[in-house]
Design a protein around this ligand. Structure first.
Ligand SMILES: [Zn+2]
Length: 415
């Protein structure tokens, strides 16, 4: 139906993952990304003649992509809420909305021609002293309070959104080992299309760059410039967001010092804040979290102190596996690692702190999808009730359910 790529004599795979249609031509997305300038006229034509691009990862469905232009450079982006339409091994595949906390926060995210506008509940500009304690605790993303206003997101919801947008809660056996550098690149791509409280997210959010010795001094200078911009004129001060992986939290004379992986500069926090964070994210900061290469990813709201230090005003944390797959507990991390080893394709639903009931994992390489539950806590009434509710929901909806009671050996996970 559509012309084949010119000069490519190899057989066309049933599913052309990695190929997109721009106007009347099929092109490899890797080539478009490597040489975007060569495709400018094709992008212009696709935009005026068709209005969008088409991803060819599915043979049974037309999956549209948005064409965006920033500073004269074109790029492709996911159709709003269209990520689930792609094949699970496609770079644009995203969690189905039925298993994403994003649906609880519809009012906090709006889609514009340029991308996504996010309303963060925590102000990013403060006057005089820090926001009053009462205001901060009301909007705390990091605390155990279950829900912030649905028209705005807290830090945990923003962290989940970023992870989900970058497809970091999805695993496909064709994915290569995920490093912090992989995460950084995927996150950077998404952040370029986002605004937070009216400001470009890329100007507000510092994603710790993966360490490269020959770039260390340049990164250090960039960090200093980033911190310097947090000193506003007069009494108004800007706050920043820092996304990184915790290496260590060490006591100091005045509180704690947080060392992040890949970053020389330290962040500082008060002892009461760290106590609160540990209470709010017990599975992230438990002793078990340090085992087997598990990682602690944090999104910190920071301010610059009078002496030029980066001080954490609030933070949200997320436990992940060695491959940066999120997990709500150490047992889930064990399961995610086992699923990767078993060569399964799956999604880890992220709740955004919104309170909806989702399965712990969704295996997307079976038809229909298989839900997977990890039953870890015993004897707690609330947990047992939640377990029964979930089992009833799955039974009623006719879902295939795979279960692991953590007192037993892992179930068979191969397809
Ligand atoms: Zn696709």
């Amino acid at each position: 139906m559509y012309p084949t790529p010119k000069g490519d004599a190899s057989p066309i795979p049933a599913s052309k993952v990695g190929q997109v249609r721009l106007a009347d031509r099929e092109v490899a997305i890797a080539d478009v990304r490597r040489h975007p300038g060569r495709y400018t006229s094709l992008f212009v034509r696709a935009r005026s003649e068709v209005g969008h691009a088409v991803c060819l990862c599915r043979t049974d469905n037309v999956v549209r992509l948005v064409i965006r232009c920033r500073s004269g450079r074109y790029h492709l982006a996911n159709w709003p809420l269209g990520g689930h339409g792609h094949a699970p091994d496609c770079r644009w595949y995203r969690s189905p909305s039925s298993v994403s906390g994003l649906s609880d926060y519809a009012g906090a995210f709006s889609t514009t021609d340029e991308g996504t506008s996010i309303h963060l509940s925590t102000p990013l500009t403060v006057c005089g002293a820090s926001a009053p304690r009462g205001e901060r605790s009301k909007h705390q993303a990091g605390t155990a309070s279950p829900v912030t206003g649905r028209r705005s997101v807290g830090l945990l919801a923003l962290l989940h959104f970023l992870w989900e947008s970058a497809r970091l809660n999805v695993w496909h056996p064709q994915d290569r080992q995920r490093t912090w550098r992989t995460c950084q690149v995927l996150l950077d791509e998404q952040v370029g299309d986002c605004w937070v409280n009216g400001m470009p997210l890329k100007d507000t959010l510092w994603i710790v760059p993966a360490f490269q010795r020959h770039h260390a001094d340049r990164v250090s200078s960039a960090w200093q410039r980033y911190l310097a911009q947090l000193t506003g004129p007069g009494r108004a001060r800007r706050r920043g967001l820092v996304l990184g992986e915790v290496r260590a939290v060490e006591p100091t004379e005045h509180g704690v010092r947080m060392r992040l992986a890949h970053q020389r500069a330290r962040l500082y926090a008060s002892t009461p804040l760290m106590h609160r964070v540990r209470r709010s994210f017990p599975s992230v900061f438990s002793e078990l979290a340090d085992r087997d290469g598990r990682r602690q990813v944090v999104l910190c709201l920071i301010e610059r102190s009078r002496h030029g230090y980066a001080v954490i005003a609030d933070l949200a944390a997320m436990l992940t596996t060695d491959s940066y797959l999120p997990a709500d507990s150490s047992h889930e991390a064990e399961m995610a690692t086992a699923l990767v080893a078993a060569g399964r394709a799956f999604v880890k639903p992220l709740h955004y702190n919104g309170g909806s009931v989702f399965p712990d994992f969704v295996l997307v390489d079976s038809d229909p999808d298989t839900y997977l539950e990890v039953w870890g806590v015993r004897g707690r009434k609330r947990y047992e009730a939640r377990k029964r509710t979930k089992q009833a929901i799955y039974r009623e909806s006719g879902r295939t359910l795979l279960e692991w009671d953590v007192r037993d050996p892992l179930p068979g996970l191969s397809r």
